[in-house]
Ligand binder design. Structure first.
Ligand SMILES: N[C@@H](CCC(=O)N[C@@H](CS)C(=O)NCC(=O)O)C(=O)O
Length: 222
């Protein structure tokens, strides 16, 4: 069976978990305390980061987008990368938007400061970074609203890795109650559609000891 080394509130790990779920691939989740720098884990990924997908023969694949491309090639159904070259370019653009830009401007400043910094032992949360994260988030929620008012899903007609990457990041913020959903109804409707997908259920059941999510986190009718 495949094994996915992960951290519960990592958006990149969440992205891979949902992709595996969408493709119906059975896998084992292995919680990796990356900050411990276990030699066995460093042998799988010298970058010491999760997610890492370990295949049946022991091959390790690191980097969430490399894992996405691998899974798309080996489990082509359902197609999560778009139907033609233009569609695929748009999916890749939006995956990069959320994994690079949204991560840098929002996730890192909120989930990163409030949760991951603590676990990684990287000091106290910076109030300046948290303020920046809150200030940047509305721009992205507006963009999601703008896209979904013109398209069925973020990258077009098909549900794709773009929706998964975006929802993976937002789900970590939602776990800490940091998304002002009520101010952005179209973004909220889009996220509600994703929440109701079976592939998302395991994320909604996640629970970090000592850090409970708000009640609406797992509620499909939030
Ligand atoms: N570009 C990487 C980013 C992975 C990443 O940043 N993982 C974080 C968790 S969200 C991590 O493992 N951090 C541990 C560390 O940097 O020490 C990907 O897409 O997989």
């Amino acid at each position: 069976m495949l094994a996915l080394y992960h951290l519960i509130l990592s958006p990149f790990c969440r992205k891979v978990r949902v992709i595996l779920g969408e493709k119906g691939v059975t896998f084992e989740l292995v919680a990796e305390k990356v900050w411990r720098r276990r030699p066995e884990f460093l042998a799988l990924n010298p970058a010491a980061q999760v997610p890492v997908l370990v295949l049946d023969d022991g091959t390790a694949i690191a980097e969430s987008s490399a894992i996405l491309e691998y899974l798309e090639e080996t489990y082509p159904q359902p197609n999560l990368m778009g139907g033609d070259p233009r569609g695929r370019a748009e999916v890749r653009r939006l995956v990069a938007w959320f994994d690079l830009k949204f991560y840098r401007e929002v996730t890192r400043n909120l989930t990163g400061e409030k949760v991951q910094k603590r676990f990684l032992g990287r000091g106290e949360p910076s109030s300046e970074a948290i303020r920046a994260g809150h200030a940047n988030l509305p721009v992205h929620l507006e963009y999601i609203a703008w896209l979904t008012e013109r398209r069925n899903w973020l990258a077009g007609d098909l549900f794709s890795a773009a929706d998964i990457a975006a929802a993976a990041h937002l789900s970590t913020l939602d776990y800490i109650g940091d998304v002002p959903w009520d101010k952005f109804p179209p973004a909220k409707d889009w996220y509600a559609r994703i929440k109701s997908r079976p592939s998302f259920r395991a994320l909604l059941a996640d629970h970090i000891p000592g850090l409970s999510p708000p009640r609406h986190y797992a509620d499909l009718d939030f």
